[in-house]
Design a protein around this ligand. Structure first.
Ligand code: ATP
Ligand code: MG
Length: 581
């Protein structure tokens, strides 16, 4: 438990003065609160009942000062705690997101995205709740109850003892309710999670649902899940309300008994029970019951936060990140790529690349072909530094890839992935990703790759908004944009993993034109699926099951009559889509 909370130390530290202030003001708040009924009693007994005007103003003034004092200090305490808790949580969230953004692709592939998101949202929220409403305010409750009991015992120990006898059954009752509510709360959470994931999934697949006329059935499933959620919530609320009502009832009953008993005692010979005492005790009873009602709920906050903290700690503990080198490439490096005996495995012992060697000279265009699953995209991911941990050597202009600084790599290599990722933002953002790129270079890249044609389709041009994840962009247009995104950074080497998804004829022509213009300007490594791309390459590398089996020009390889010729004869079936002319 303690080690878990140690995780928060660095986030809490800058707010230590505020937390300390809150902590220090606790005894003051309790003392001022417990003093109020005593001061009230004095006004009542010594002045009102005794009809003694002298000193009334002092006594009343003292009471007023205690009320105002506790109002001010408690206000400051609440603000200090809220600010301290929220800023600590803010820092934790920043730290969590920064950490997560730096994790390697391999980590994300092994995780459902939703799970990582939950860490950053609901688990952090649980912590925020615990910090602002759990932790320190539990201490305040304990301190308040203790102060009130001491004051009560000082005023009248007999009545305090009688009241204390109520404590054990009361605590048992509260504990019973809270235990039930803990179970019910978990039910509510599960029901809500089921409802949310169902809704999200069905909404994302709404096209298929409508196509197959499944609206009714979906609605029925939704109704059942929603009903389960409602029932769990109703039960939970019932127990919550019942607990409040019971405690309020018991508290009122204590007050009634107090009044009844007090009325009989007041005015009896010994004068031990006065009107002021009865009023003070009525006040005290309320002051004891109020924190009792909240107390075990706050303990639940802490328990829940403990569980969340464990999960957050796990995520922060993941150290699966791409290692960054520090060597810089010269600004205008020519772009020569040499691979020597490159091996790579996603899982240890299962090599996907089994000793790949070839080189790409500056200005050359190399096409890599091979059957599906032969490791072509894997090769691209290694070169783009999406995956780490290759063996053998990959040199960019004579420097080992893993030693080059991230900034240098980005300048040297631009890569276009097989699956295009677009964001719900403007076309311009999707090209620059928010980076301040040279506008002239951006314009050139947009024209070169024919992305201008896409921009011109809308009056807003580059500032047109893409709908969610580029829903209003076709597959072919997406590839053109991805090519423009890479070219806008003017890299020495372009790595292109052609998409296998079919592209409409118009985009196909634009894309082809763009690719050819890029070929004419850059050193290129292309994972080719189109015959037209392959025939434009200077040399062709044939990959099979993670090994290079042939290298040569289109004509040479055909003449050789080997694997490439076989692929070609098959019409590149399942391998290379012949471009529609
Ligand atoms: P395609 O022509 O279909 O794009 P490819 O040649 O690009 O195929 P890769 O995507 O490199 O093939 O995959 C090569 C092998 O690596 C496949 O057997 C695949 O199952 C495996 N593989 C790919 N990505 C991963 C991953 N993230 N984790 C584990 N195995 C993977
Ligand atoms: Mg691939």
């Amino acid at each position: 438990m303690t080690s878990r909370w140690a995780l928060l130390v660095q986030d809490v530290k800058p707010d230590l003065p505020r937390f300390t202030f809150a902590l220090v003001s606790i005894p003051l708040i309790s003392a001022l609160g417990a003093a109020q009924p005593v001061l009230l009693k004095r006004v009542l007994d010594e002045h009102l009942v005794a009809r003694q005007a002298e000193g009334l103003w002092t006594a009343a003034g003292l009471y007023l000062a205690a009320v105002l004092g506790s109002f001010v200090i408690e206000g400051l305490y609440t603000v200090a705690l809220a600010v301290a808790a929220e800023s600590s949580i803010y820092r934790l969230r920043q730290r969590l997101v920064k950490h997560t953004l730096g994790l390697s692709q391999r980590f994300f592939e092994g995780q459902p995205t939703g799970q990582v998101l939950t860490r950053a949202t609901s688990d952090v929220d649980a912590l925020s709740e615990a910090l602002s409403q759990g932790s320190i305010s539990i201490l305040l409750d304990i301190s308040n109850i203790a102060a009130v009991l001491i004051a009560m015992a000082w005023l009248n120990s007999g009545m305090t003892l009688a009241l204390l006898c109520l404590a054990p059954p009361l605590v048992a009752m509260i504990e019973f309710f809270r235990r039930r509510m803990r179970v019910l709360f978990a039910e509510v959470r599960d029901a809500l999670a089921a409802l949310n994931s169902f809704t999200a999934e069905r909404l994302s697949g709404i096209e298929v649902l409508q196509l197959y006329r499944q609206e009714e059935r979906t609605q029925a499933r939704f109704r059942a899940l929603d009903a389960a959620h409602r029932d769990a919530n109703v039960k939970n609320n019932f127990y919550d309300a019942a607990l409040y009502a019971l405690i309020d009832g018991i508290s009122s009953m204590c007050v009634a008994l107090m009044l009844f008993w007090g009325a009989r005692q007041v005015g009896l010979a010994d004068g031990a029970v006065t009107v002021g005492l009865v009023v003070a005790f009525v006040d005290y009873i309320d002051r004891v019951f109020r924190p009792l009602r909240e107390f075990s709920g706050k303990v639940t906050f802490l328990q829940r936060a403990g569980a969340s903290l464990e999960k957050i700690g796990w995520l922060l503990g993941v150290e699966d990140r791409i290692t960054a080198g520090s060597r810089e490439l010269p600004p205008h490096s020519p772009g020569r790529l040499v691979l020597r005996d490159v091996r790579f495995a996603y899982r240890p012992g299962n090599d996907i690349l089994k000793g790949v060697s070839f080189s790409v000279e500056p200005g050359e265009v190399i096409a890599v072909v091979g059957r599906t699953g032969s490791g072509k995209s894997t090769l691209v991911r290694l070169l783009a530094r999406v995956h780490d941990g290759y063996r053998g050597s990959i040199e960019v202009d004579g420097v080992e890839l893993r030693d080059i600084s991230p900034a240098s790599i980005r300048r040297a290599i631009g890569s276009v992935r097989q699956e295009v990722q677009l964001f719900s933002d403007t076309l311009r953002f999707n090209l620059t990703l928010g980076e301040a790129l040279d506008p002239e270079r951006l314009r050139e890249a947009v024209e070169l790759t024919n992305a201008q044609v896409i921009a011109d389709r809308h009056p807003d041009g580059l500032d047109q908004e893409l709908r969610e994840r580029g829903a209003n962009v076709s597959a072919g247009e997406g590839q053109i944009l991805a090519l423009a995104r890479a070219m806008a950074r003017d890299p020495a080497i372009v790595i292109l993993d052609e998409a296998t998804a079919s592209v409409d004829p118009l985009s196909e022509r634009l894309l082809q034109e763009g690719i050819e213009r890029v070929f004419a300007r850059k050193t290129c490594l292309v994972i080719a699926h189109r015959l037209s791309t392959i025939t434009h390459a200077d040399r062709i590398v044939v990959l099979e099951a993670g090994e290079v089996i042939e290298i040569g020009t289109h004509a040479e390889l055909l003449a050789k009559g080997g694997a490439y010729a076989a692929l070609y004869a098959e019409g590149f079936e399942n391998t290379i889509r012949v471009a529609s002319k």
